[in-house]
Ligand binder design. Sequence first.
Ligand code: SF4
Ligand code: SF4
Length: 165
Amino acid sequence: MTTDELHSLPQKAAEKKNENKKFFSKLKKRPPKNLDYVMQELHSAEFAVTDCLTCANCCKTTGPLFTNADIERIAKHFRMKPSVFIESYLRVDEDGDHVLQSVPCSFLGADNYCSIYDVRPKACREYPHTNRKKFHQISNLTLKNMEICPAAYNIVEAMKNRIAL
Ligand code: SF4
Ligand code: SF4
């Protein structure tokens, strides 16, 4: 993934936004019976060719929300009290969720490896959520993720080709 490709992604996503909104609104009304299966296929095909280690744009620009279970697990990994971990790395956002104090994420290495990979937040493991069940239910989140994640962008483009509505 080149820096230019990542910089041009918000613009590319903005250009497709109306088309994508219409697609998702139709999809919500009539989700195909095999949608979960199709999404697994499109997700696997995209991540077979996308190398997140050349990108890390999600870790650099947004970061996840941290559930209580995430906080307890990661604090334990650092042998810290959860309250000390929160004080050191997290803040509460406008929705009341724990999120990173700053981006890029403190746990992202210069080589784009996650230094807490085995205990990373659930949201990091699941990002960009393109293989989750009932994918049509998270269309607003997906429209946002398309500005950040080139894989999510490509998966939605592939969906429009694959699913006739
Ligand atoms: S999930 Fe998307 S944004 Fe994150 S590193 Fe992989 S391709 Fe990049
Ligand atoms: S915890 Fe790891 S995977 Fe999650 S945003 Fe930070 S560096 Fe990325």
